[in-house]
Every structure is written in C-alpha cells, then in structure tokens.
Design a binder for this molecule. Structure first.
Ligand code: ARG
Length: 437
C-alpha cells in the first residue's frame, strides 16, 4: 500500500472525522475508487480517504467534453491526483458514449426538468457511476467514493446507480457522511497545500458538454442577480455580436446529425454539441436561472449555461411539431416529462426508463429533417424547417386559389364538434330564464 504523505501543519479535518465518525462501518475497505474532478471536494478527498480509512485511493476522471478539461489539463489532473497521494489515476474519454447513450436520448425526449433545466449534470451521473463500478471491479476495490453533499440530487444519482449496477460495493460520500463543511475544506486545503481551482471558494461548479452548472456563494440568495463572473461559457447578451448568426441543424430520427453555419457543414454528435456551445455561447444564448425543486425536498436557485442544449432542444421540438399528429403532440410531452423527472431523480437504471425510452424511440422514426435558427443577443429563434415526414400540406393549408381543402365541409364539422357547447349554452340560458320567472 502507498505510504500516506505526512502533513506538517494542521490535520484537524482528519482528526475531526476520526473522532466523530464510526469507522467500524468501513472495516475491510482496502481500496476505494474516487470520482475525481479536480475540484475542491474531490481534491481534499484523496488524502482524507487515505488518512481516515487507511485505504488505497484510485482516482477516476472522465472527459465529458467540458471546456474546463480541454487539452493538457488532463495530464495536469493526473499529476495532481498522484501528488495528492492517489495510488493510480484512471482516465477515460467518454464524449462519444455520453452523446450517443445519454444526450441523444435526452434530445429525443425533449428533456427539460421543470421546463427549464436540460438535465446536464443529471445525465452525466449514471455514466460516471457505470465507470466507477467498472473500475472498482477491475481494480478489486471494495468501495467507490464521490464528492456529493447530503443536500443535493447527485448523491441520489450516484448511490442508486452504483447500487443498481453492483450492490456489493460500498458507497462513500465524505462530504455528506462525514459532514465536511465547505469553509473547513477550503481552510484545510490551504493549510495542507492542496491546490484548488481558482474561484472554488466562490461557486460549486459541475460541467459536461450538455451544460455547466453553478451553485453556492452569492447565488444562494435568489433575490440577488448572478454576478457576471458566474458565466464562463456565455457572453452576456448585451456584449454579444451586433449581427445575428444563422445556423441550420439536421436531425436523423430525432438525433442531431449535422450543423451548418457560415457556409460550413459539420457532422458527428460531439462535434455538433461542442461547436454549438461555442457559437450559441458567443451570441449570449443558453443562460438559465431558475428555482428548482430537488429530489430531497429542498428548493434551490440554480444557474446554468447550456448553449448547445438550448438550441438543439428548441429545434428538435419544432421539428416534432411539424411531423407529429395533433394527438402525438398532445401525448408525447407527458412521457417526456416523466422521462425527465426520472433522469433528474437518479432513476436512470430503473426499468421504467427503458419502457419510456421504447415509446420515445418509436415516436422518433419520423423526426428527420432540418430546422434553421437565428442566434442573436441571447435568443435562438426558429426561422424555417423542412422534413420529408411533415404532416403539413401546403395545398391543403393555402388560402390561395387551387386548395384541395373544401371549406364547405367545415360547416357540418362545426355542428357535430360543437354539440356539447351548444347544448350547454341552451341549458344555461333556460336556467337563467327560470330564475327570472
Ligand atoms: N441542480 C443540478 C442537478 O441536480 C446541478 C447540480 C450540480 N452540482 C454542482 N455542484 N454545481 O442536476
């Protein structure tokens, strides 16, 4: 086992945990796989898990296409994890898997929790859990660990997903289980020489290519406007370019398949999403600030940056409306809502997800075509759309000469369609007369 690095200065946090927590529950835990983002919580956890449990820690980082992880940062992250005392650092590029297995499904289900949040963080968690379990099984670890608090949704998502995939693995969430406080963590990191990312003391951030979320600090006051430095992906609309950018998005059975802008056409899901994050972000599109109802019952103020998701979901919805019948347009949102609530609530591995997914997939057979939009100072406006499966017939809808729609048919239709309304009107009138008489 790797030697635990000695800390010269204050070790209060370790002592605090050792004296406050019943460590017998971790008996037999010799190796832990930690979901490591390089942020404040997970950085201090490498040493803490070792020192408190005397266990070997393997760190795991996934590249979800978040700009924060771009380029050489990943090597730095490995170096940092090892310097903090990790026995090994595992890294996987999951961008394609995240797009095809998670984002694509979310697009098909128009996933917006409470009508606003594209479920970006929520979609990433079950994939992290899948890798935590796979690495733990491969490494012969007895437990996995994550940096979630006891107040959020992520603990629910991690714990449930890991338990669904391998119930024998112990799940440790030190911030929750050992009651670590953010200010204590910051102080301990400073005293122990643990480098934490700039701004870590200001906000708690989570990001993947479907969106970036910021919590904590001044954001905890819903009556206060979010400071400008919260937004790292999106230019404030008032500072965005003065001329609009036109984009055209193609869908193949509900999944984004190509993107055209400035005369360039690109393909590939990851490429489309990351490019759109840049294009829409530059034009101020995708800021979301809403009051969210968490799984654990708390209401919280959430600030998101979701440029690509905002544009893609808007275009997809428009295309659906164009190819669906009125009844499909009325019913699918019911399924979409349930799907989104399950994802938000950590039920990715619940059997209902597969069943809802089967309906969603069946509905997407005809959701192919393109939608063009204008990105301009914070808005994404649909300009036009086209699909070989459109239920729209210009010949029928046109008010010009030559339409095949027989307007006289409307008379008989209105009589039958309005039977209830007319009957109710008659009765109401008779009742009124009776009162007067
Ligand atoms: N409220 C969001 C969710 O539950 C985002 C949570 C992300 N965590 C963070 N530290 N910013 O999906």
């Amino acid at each position: 086992m790797r030697r635990i690095p000695r800390r010269r200065k204050n070790v209060n946090l370790v002592e605090k945990v050792k004296s406050a927590v019943d460590l017998s529950q971790y008996k037999g835990v010799g190796k832990v796989v930690l979901a490591y983002s390089g942020g404040l919580d997970t950085s201090i956890m490498v040493g803490l898990l070792q020192e408190v449990l005397g266990a070997e820690v393997v760190t795991l980082t996934l590249d979800f296409g978040q700009t924060e992880y771009a380029g050489s940062d990943l090597n730095l992250m490995k170096k940092k994890a090892l310097s903090l005392g990790a026995a090994a650092h595992k890294f996987f590029d999951v961008k394609d898997e995240f797009f095809s297995g998670y984002i694509a499904k979310a697009v098909k289900a128009n996933s917006l929790y409470q009508g606003e949040y594209p479920n970006s963080t929520a979609l990433g968690r079950p994939l992290i859990a899948k890798y935590l379990v796979a690495v733990a099984e491969h490494e012969g670890a007895d437990a996995v660990a994550h940096g979630s608090t006891g107040k959020g949704n992520d603990q629910v998502r991690f714990d449930l997903s890991v338990a669904a995939l391998n119930p024998d693995l112990k799940v440790i969430a030190p911030v929750r289980d050992w009651e670590l406080k953010r200010d204590e963590e910051i102080a301990w990191a400073a005293e122990s020489g643990i480098p934490v990312p700039m701004g870590a003391s200001k906000y708690s951030v989570d990001a993947n290519m479907w969106g970036r979320s910021s919590e904590c600090g001044v954001l905890e006051d819903p009556a206060a406007e979010p400071p400008e430095d919260v937004f790292q992906w999106i230019t404030p609309p008032e500072k965005a370019p003065d001329s609009p950018l036109g984009v055209k998005l193609w869908f193949e059975k509900g999944i984004p398949s190509a993107l055209e802008f400035d005369g360039v056409k690109i393909t590939g899901g990851v490429n489309i999403v990351t490019t759109l994050n840049e294009l829409a972000g530059k034009n101020g599109v995708g800021m979301i600030d809403h009051m969210e109802d968490r799984v654990v019952g708390l209401k919280s103020r959430e600030v998101y940056e979701c440029p690509a998701a905002t544009v893609i979901l808007k275009a997809h919805k428009d295309l659906e409306k164009y190819v669906f019948t009125k009844e499909e347009n009325g019913f699918k949102p019911v399924i979409d809502k349930l799907w989104s609530e399950c994802v938000y609530g950590g039920l990715w591995y619940h059997p209902l997800m597969k069943e809802l997914g089967a309906f969603v997939d069946a509905s997407q057979e005809k959701v192919s075509g393109w939608v063009s939009l204008k990105l301009y100072k914070g808005t994404a406006q649909v300009l036009a759309r086209n699909s070989p499966h459109a239920l729209y017939d210009m010949n029928l809808a046109s008010y010009n000469v030559g339409s095949r729609f027989n307007q006289k048919d409307a008379l008989g239709f209105i009589k039958l369609y309005g039977l209830n309304t007319v009957m109710a009107g008659k009765i109401a009138k008779a009742a009124q007369m009776a009162v007067k008489a």
